[in-house]
Design a protein around this ligand. Structure first.
Ligand SMILES: Nc1ncnc2c1ncn2[C@@H]1O[C@H](COP(=O)(O)OP(=O)(O)OP(=O)(O)O)[C@@H](O)[C@H]1O
Ligand SMILES: [Mg+2]
Length: 254
């Protein structure tokens, strides 16, 4: 076992559960609170003009929830995901993910937290075009200290579970949109994340493929995987366990 680097030691400290936030991470009915967002705000500046993309958002998410986030274009949905995903810095507020206070994680440790705790699914798949389906999934585990044999096995199993067992060696350009999105779902799952963030994952696919992606999300959620999905599609939202609505950066119901 290699010696722990400074990075790892720092993270151990950062991962200690926060006092007073949710000591046992248990909700009212004994369910585990996996994500707690408190008074989260993001203000961008266009020159000197402030753009309040998100205002004082408070969200509590229980493990295994499939939560839809809806709202008009420009209302702050992607901003909310980018903040929870640590891709952007919040102006104010707090995010506790799986016992880790994300705001207090030092900048240089954020990539590791992101890699280990969060899986991303994007509208445009964002697969690496020169790599096969198998390699795309495997790559996401490469920096997570998963041994090579296990990486390959896990990638293969995930792709097989998602119905892509006969597409392992295909490059993204040799796959349909729905197949590429399933590869990106497998990639998001590879590191067994506490949370999956999906930004309009069905925005580019036909209704049949959309339904199969939603079915996959529901099955994952039933197995305890927490998923936040931004969508414009009421057909997607109606299959989710809860819907959050955002208008002008304000979350309307929770
Ligand atoms: N980097 C940035 N700089 C300045 N303003 C930004 C930036 N990113 C987003 N915004 C603004 O913040 C607001 C929220 O943007 P966001 O991308 O979160 O909207 P959205 O709800 O995801 O919209 P869509 O449904 O079109 O994807 C918008 O008014 C947008 O113009
Ligand atoms: Mg968006």
């Amino acid at each position: 076992m290699p010696e722990m680097g400074i990075e790892e030691k720092g993270l151990e400290t950062a991962e200690k559960p926060e006092n007073g936030v949710d000591k046992n991470n248990l909700g009212n009915e004994g369910q585990k609170v996996i994500l707690q967002v408190e008074n989260l705000s993001k203000t961008y500046f266009q020159g000197k003009i402030p753009v309040h993309a998100l205002r004082c958002a408070c969200i509590t998410v229980i493990k295994g929830e499939l939560l839809a986030i809806m709202g008009p274009s420009g209302s702050g949905k992607s901003t909310l995901l980018a903040l929870i995903g640590t891709l952007e810095k919040a102006t104010d507020g707090k995010i506790i993910l799986d016992g880790t206070d994300l705001m207090s994680v030092p900048e240089k440790l954020l990539p590791r937290v992101r890699r280990e705790k969060i899986g991303f699914i994007f509208q445009h798949y964002n697969l690496i075009p020169t790599l096969s389906a198998l390699e795309n999934v495997e790559l996401s585990m490469r920096f997570s200290r998963v041994p090579k044999k296990e990486r390959e096995g896990r990638a293969r199993n995930l792709l097989e579970e998602l119905g892509l067992g006969d597409r392992l060696t295909h490059k993204p350009s040799e796959l349909s949109g729905g197949e590429q999105q399933r590869v990106s779902i497998a990639r998001a799952l590879a590191n067994k994340p506490a949370l999956i963030l999906a930004d309009e994952p069905t925005g580019e696919v036909d209704s049949k493929t959309r339904d199969s992606i939603v079915r996959i999300f529901k099955e994952l959620s039933e197995k305890g995987q927490t998923i936040l999905v931004v969508t414009h599609d009421p057909e997607v939202a109606k299959e989710c366990s809860r819907v959050l609505r955002i208008t002008d950066g304000i979350i309307k119901d929770n």
